[in-house]
Design a binder for this molecule. Structure first.
Ligand code: NAD
Ligand code: ZN
Length: 250
C-alpha cells in the first residue's frame, strides 16, 4: 500500500493531522523536548502542572505572560501554510487538524477545522465561575499582574492551558476524527505526551495510512507506514503539492 493507493481507493478522502511543538520551531518558538527537556528554560513541573499553579501562581503566570507576549513576535511558517492548503484541497467536512500546540500559528496560517487539545495561550479562564475569554489586549499583556475575573471578580484567572495531569479538550471529537480518517499525518511531536501520543496507534489500528514528519524519530515511530525525517517547513509543502496532484478531491 502506498499513499497513491490510499488516495485512489477512498473517496472522499478523510484526513486527520496531529501536530506538536516541532511544527512551530521554524517560526522561532522553542520545542520542549528538543534538546534540553526544558520549555524555554523552565522545568515542566514548575510551569505546566496544577501543583505549580497552586504553590507558586506568580511564577506560572509570569511564564505564560511571556509566552502570550511572544505570540506577536512570531509568524506561521511554510508548514502551517501547507496544512491550510491541504484543508482547502480536501472535501468540506473531511479534514481535522488536532494540535497539541498552544500557540495560534495554525489559525493565523489559515487552518479552519482546528482542535486545540491542550488549550490556547490567547485564552484565560476563571477557576471559580468557569468564565473564559481571550485576553490579548495591551491592558492584559502590559505586565505580569494577575488578571481578575470580569464575571465574578475572583482575583486571578488562569491560562486556559491543559496542564500535565489534566484532561485534554474535545477528546471525543478528536478521537472520532482519528477513527474516521483514511490518512493520518503526524508532524513535529516527540511521541512522549499522552494521550496525544496514543492517537497514532489508534489511527493505525483503525486502518488509516499513517505518515510522520519529525526532525528525529519519535518514540512511537514504529506505527508509521512512512516516516520522513527532517524539518516540517521543508517536508510538508512538497507533500501537500503531491497530494493535490494526486487529486485528493474527486
Ligand atoms: P516536544 O517538544 O516533546 O517534541 C517536539 C518534536 O519536534 C521533537 O521530537 C523535535 O525533534 C521535533 N522538531 C523540532 N524541530 C522540528 C522541525 N523544524 N520540524 C519537525 N520536527 C521538529 O513536543 P510535543 O510532542 O508537542 O509535546 C510538547 C508539549 O508541550 C505539548 O503538549 C505542547 O502543548 C507543549 N508545548 C507547546 C509549544 C507551542 O505551542 N508552540 C511549544 C512547546 C511546548
Ligand atoms: Zn469568575
Amino acid at each position: 500500500m502506498s499513499l497513491a493507493d490510499v488516495i485512489a481507493s477512498d473517496r472522499p478522502l478523510r484526513v486527520a493531522v496531529l501536530t506538536g511543538a516541532g511544527i512551530s520551531a521554524e517560526s522561532g518558538l522553542r520545542t520542549f523536548r528538543g534538546n534540553d527537556g526544558l520549555w524555554e528554560g523552565h522545568r515542566i513541573e514548575e510551569v505546566a502542572t496544577p501543583e505549580a499553579w497552586e504553590i507558586d501562581p506568580q511564577n506560572v503566570w509570569r511564564f505564560y505572560q511571556q509566552r502570550r507576549r511572544q505570540l506577536s513576535e512570531v509568524d506561521p511558517n511554510p508548514a502551517h501554510f501547507a496544512l491550510a492548503e491541504l484543508e482547502d484541497g480536501v472535501e468540506d467536512g473531511c479534514f481535522t487538524l488536532i494540535t497539541q500546540n498552544v500557540d495560534d500559528l495554525h489559525e493565523r496560517g489559515g487552518s479552519r477545522n482546528l482542535i486545540h487539545m491542550h488549550g490556547e495561550l490567547r485564552v484565560v479562564r476563571c477557576e471559580e465561575c468557569a468564565h473564559n475569554f481571550e485576553a490579548m489586549g495591551a491592558e492584559h499583556l502590559a505586565d505580569d499582574e494577575f488578571i481578575p475575573c470580569p464575571e465574578c471578580g475572583h482575583e486571578k484567572v488562569r491560562p486556559d492551558i491543559v496542564w500535565f495531569g489534566e484532561e485534554p479538550y474535545q477528546m471525543d471529537d478528536l478521537m472520532q476524527a482519528v477513527i474516521d480518517c483514511e490518512l493520518f499525518l503526524v508532524v513535529g511531536t516527540s511521541g512522549h505526551v499522552h494521550p496525544a501520543a496514543g492517537l497514532l496507534g489508534l489511527a493505525r489500528m483503525r486502518g488509516a495510512y499513517c505518515v510522520g514528519f519529525n526532525l528525529d524519530p519519535p518514540l512511537n515511530v514504529g506505527y508509521f507506514h512512512e516516516f520522513h525525517e527532517g524539518a516540517a517547513g521543508e517536508l510538508l509543502p512538497p507533500l501537500v503539492q503531491q497530494l493535490i496532484e494526486l487529486d485528493i478531491q474527486p
